[in-house]
Design a protein around this ligand. Structure first.
Ligand SMILES: [Zn+2]
Length: 377
């Protein structure tokens, strides 16, 4: 997902964090810091416990507590996401990455679509984990005074764990809403997929998801809640993306890159001046060419590579000066979905099709989308 960066790996899966999660730390510090009395009351009423607030409300401590609670929320979301991934791994599903958002996570499963039964269990695991974390935090709230005699110090811990208990139970409830691609929406899709083809089930689930997103967005605007607006945005985009991928998977099923590759290929030599390449682009309307020297693929040159060179140097510079040397290639029997996935992930527009060191053709993103359009009618 855009706007995410990698924080590490777990069980071989890259774990990414979305930048909005970092905004949540100051946001919580501000929400809690500016209205500490209200939140103390909320925790106290929820658990029917007295909270000694003599330490909590002093100086900058409310803001510090806000940041600690935001970090606690992060740990909760992380364990939630981990539970999805562990079930997926046990079911033999490959996960490309996990992105942590402040209200849950997104596990990118790019290899295959899970069986409805597996997805059902996988999707439920996360919210149930959040519920367990919430209940455990609640139990801790009642146990604290057995271990800490100072009521002021105990007050701080009761406040933190009480707040986290509420947040994790909210995560549980919120994630169970049938707002695809959130967990509840995945449960719904798995249910529907037992009764109809997967792409139809996904389409229905994502329409419902988008409906929820619009509702959250409107409520967020009315209540001036940036958190709700952000969630609405994530759900709307996510629902659209996932239903598109499932539709492509369905439409491009059994289509190989060999079936749709362009032939004969137009190639260029490493010594060719860049101005000639540009002329060839005008002439052929292709925006990229494989670079071939005595029958061997040396690299690939695209308009993007050309655009990086100064206009005045294009007569003097040659293809080999700017071409991309590490070329991703695919065999003709590779599924077109693989090509599309690689193009999206690597942000490239074309992939040469090779068999035994011979270049057979080239498959481009625009060709793939033409095939998708043709198959849709
Ligand atoms: Zn989840």
């Amino acid at each position: 997902m855009d706007g995410s960066f990698k924080i590490g790996r777990l069980f071989g899966i890259p774990v990414l964090i979305h930048f909005t999660f970092l905004l949540i730390i100051p946001l919580f510090a501000w929400i809690i810091g500016s209205d500490i009395d209200f939140t103390i009351q909320m925790v106290s009423n929820t658990f029917q416990v007295d909270i000694d607030d003599s330490l909590i409300i002093s100086g900058y401590i409310p803001y510090l507590l806000g940041a600690i609670i935001a970090l606690g929320l992060f740990v909760g979301v992380f364990i939630h996401e981990l539970s999805h991934s562990l079930i997926a791994l046990r079911a033999g599903i490959r996960i490309d990455s996990i992105t942590l958002l402040f209200f849950g996570g997104v596990a990118a499963i790019e290899e295959q679509e899970p069986e409805p039964r597996t997805e059902f269990i996988m999707a439920l695991a996360g919210p149930l984990t959040s519920l367990c974390i919430g209940l455990t935090s609640a139990v801790i709230v009642y146990l604290i005074h057995f271990f800490i005699t100072s009521t002021a110090e105990a007050g701080i811990l009761i406040y933190i764990f009480g707040y986290l208990a509420i947040l994790n139970v909210l995560l549980f409830a919120f994630n169970l809403l049938p707002a695809f691609p959130m967990d509840g929406g995945r449960v719904l899709r798995a249910y529907l997929a037992g009764r109809m083809p997967l792409h139809k089930a996904t389409s229905i689930a994502s329409t419902i998801g988008k409906g929820f997103a619009i509702m959250f967005g409107l409520v967020g605007l009315l209540l001036f809640s940036p958190i709700l607006i952000l969630i609405a945005f994530f759900i709307y985009i996510g629902a659209g993306q996932e239903s598109a991928v499932t539709r492509y998977n369905f439409l491009l099923k059994d289509v190989t890159v060999g079936d749709i590759m362009a032939r004969p290929i137009v190639d260029v030599q490493p010594q060719m001046p860049l101005s000639d390449v540009l002329a060839l682009m005008y002439q052929t309307k292709h925006l990229g060419f494989p670079v071939i020297d005595r029958g061997v693929l040396m690299g690939i040159i695209t308009l993007t590579d050309l655009a990086r060179t100064p206009v005045l140097d294009r007569d003097a510079m040659q293809v080999r000066d700017v071409m991309t040397r590490e070329v991703i290639t695919l065999p003709p029997h590779a599924p077109v979905m693989d090509a599309l996935r690689i193009m999206t992930r690597q942000d490239i527009g074309r992939i040469p099709v090779m068999s035994d060191d011979n270049i057979l053709g080239i498959v481009t993103k625009s060709d793939i989308f033409t095939v998708i359009e043709l198959r849709e009618v």
